[in-house]
Design a protein around this ligand. Structure first.
Ligand code: ACM
Length: 552
């Protein structure tokens, strides 16, 4: 399927809503003058106010962030971060950690000390309190005296900090001192996610990415409130995680990649460092060991896993569907048990992904028999199964999740099979390939990426509704949205960035924001306003002609 270019027959879904009038925001400057500025994010060079020229900016309007907040009440005096600002935190390690994370972003660019304190009034306040926030929601209140973020759980505070970050000028992301002013518009945001699962997948098997490269991607995901990092840890071209009971998987199976480079693998300590770093950004790592197909690297490492007892050579091409574990050999299940046990032990999160896609070298009967033996193993080690949606043809275990990666043009029968599973209680993660596969070329001229699911421009990627996407699948059956990034053609962080940006923020917004905020015409303006932030962060992106970017 991945090798075939599919013709689209359906038009993109378009949800429209009336464009909101732009509300003016009142803003008091230090000189005491009251300015009325249009809330467009535009700025002009102003007069020197403290002996040096300082840009006079309108504070970013509260609704100009991505993902769009659930509810915004703009108004009142903005808060200005100054050299006297303190970051006030609850006296708890979790809140202190988030305060330190925020300070680490703000200090280099503002040049201010921004000490953390549990005392006093005003300033930037991070507090946990009971309220209607859920596990990840928060409220942000901004006024002359300060900005307060309140949440019930640390994850909510962390997401509120991302909103605060986006309300500040893009220059706040820079690592050297920048001119202010550092204004946060006045008003209140109340926010919580539409979907609990908001994921991004990184394929570290086709090309290996180092711990540092994965951390960089995690930071990019955190900015948009994504809460799951799915790592595709094994495939035909490489096995990327150390397994003590089958050591050649990593040392031999991980020794190459697409195109024949040196590959690599994560030691258990490396992997735990990724898990720890992700947790510090409130992301859960979802490990995927793909089976029974996509297993050439394992089959090459251990001859006994092959039905004929002969190990194939390592593979560095990009074909799919040619490899399979030997479903009828008992040692296969010893192998699966060992691998799942060791990977589960490294996984504090709830989920463990067992792949199950493109098992074209396994008969449907063998596939079902295999999946039905393997799913209980995942449960035995305390984890919830995720499988690509082909699992719905084999009988998902109770509580298992299916990840849909079809296209608009996927057959009605295949979609109906997924809908039947959903009716029987299988929750879905939506990753439609012709919408949120971040490795699809934007246009025929995109130098990187693949095109088997079509070209996916920014509007197409954003303009669909996860709650109504699959026929006969109600929103209540959708756990969330995930944007996969396959790496057959991608081998550097710059490659990842240029494919993920600007589509990743759209996938994040589909997962977080209420359907009522969905509107391409206003979204594209918010998206354009992110570009200076990406510039400041060193994130290269595709300058889609569909988006009204500021002049470069
Ligand atoms: C997939 O793209 N084979 C899940």
């Amino acid at each position: 399927m991945r090798a075939t270019r599919t013709t689209r027959t359906t038009r993109p879904t378009r949800l429209t809503r009336p464009t909101r009038p732009v509300r003016p925001i009142r803003l008091t400057r230090t000189l005491g003058a009251l300015l009325l500025v249009a809330a467009t994010g535009a700025f002009t060079m102003g007069v020197a106010s403290a002996g040096h020229a300082e840009p006079r900016r309108a504070a970013t309007p509260l609704d100009q962030v991505i993902p769009a907040p659930a509810s915004v009440k703009a108004g009142g005096t903005p808060y200005r971060i100054t050299s006297g600002t303190r970051i006030r935190v609850d006296d708890s390690p979790e809140v202190r950690r988030i305060g330190t994370y925020l300070a680490d972003i703000l200090r280099p660019s503002t040049g201010y000390r921004l000490p953390l304190t549990t005392q006093g009034d005003g300033g930037i306040r991070l507090r946990l309190a009971k309220g209607p926030f859920g596990a990840e929601g928060y409220r942000l209140d901004s006024g002359a005296e300060g900005v307060t973020i309140t949440a019930q759980e640390p994850a909510g505070l962390f997401h509120g900090v991302q909103t605060l970050r986006q309300l500040l000028p893009a220059a706040v992301e820079k690592k050297s001192v920048q001119p202010g002013p550092w204004l946060v518009a006045g008003g209140t945001i109340q926010d919580r996610p539409r979907f609990a699962y908001r994921g991004a997948m990184l394929d570290v098997a086709r090309h290996f990415f180092t711990v540092e490269q994965v951390k960089r991607y995690i930071d990019e995901l955190a900015l948009y409130k994504i809460n799951k990092l799915h790592l595709h840890l094994s495939d035909d071209q490489g096995w990327r995680i150390a397994v003590d009971s089958w050591p050649r998987l990593a040392t031999y199976g991980g020794s190459t990649q697409v195109g024949g480079g040196p590959g690599g693998h994560y030691t258990k300590a490396d992997y735990q460092e990724i898990v720890r770093y992700a947790a510090s950004r409130h992301l859960e790592v979802v490990p995927e060991i793909d089976m029974p197909g996509h297993t050439n690297a394992a089959l090459a490492s251990y001859a006994e896993l092959n039905c004929d007892g002969v190990a194939p050579p390592l593979y560095t091409g990009t074909k799919v569907g040619f490899s399979s574990l030997c479903v009828n050999k008992e040692i296969t299940y010893d192998f699966v048990d060992d691998v799942i046990r060791e990977v589960a032990a490294l996984t504090p999160g709830r989920h463990l992904h067992i792949g199950g896609d493109e098992a074209h070298s396994t008969s449907p009967e063998d596939y079902a028999a295999f999946m039905n033996r393997v799913q209980p193993v995942v449960a035995r080690y305390g984890k919830t199964v995720i499988g690509w949606h082909q699992l719905t043809g084999a009988g998902p275990a109770k509580g298992a999740l299916a990840q849909y990666w079809g296209l608009d043009s996927t057959s009605a029968a295949e979609k109906a099979q997924v809908a039947r599973a959903a009716r029987n209680g299988t929750k879905l993660i939506l990753s439609p390939a012709d919408r949120v596969y971040l490795d699809m070329k934007y246009t025929k001229d995109t130098p990187l990426g693949l095109a088997w699911a079509g070209y996916v421009e920014v509007q197409r990627s954003y303009d669909w509704n996860p709650g109504g996407y699959l026929p006969d699948v109600p929103e209540s059956a959708v756990l969330g949205v995930e944007a996969p990034l396959w790496t057959e053609t991608l081998s550097t962080s710059a490659h990842l960035d240029t494919m993920a940006f600007p589509r990743l923020p759209g996938a994040a917004e589909l997962g977080w924001s209420p359907a009522a905020t969905h509107d391409w015409d206003t979204y594209k303006v918010r998206l354009a306003a992110q570009a200076p932030r990406w510039d400041a962060l060193g994130i290269g992106y595709y300058r889609s002609p569909q988006v009204p970017w500021p002049a470069a």
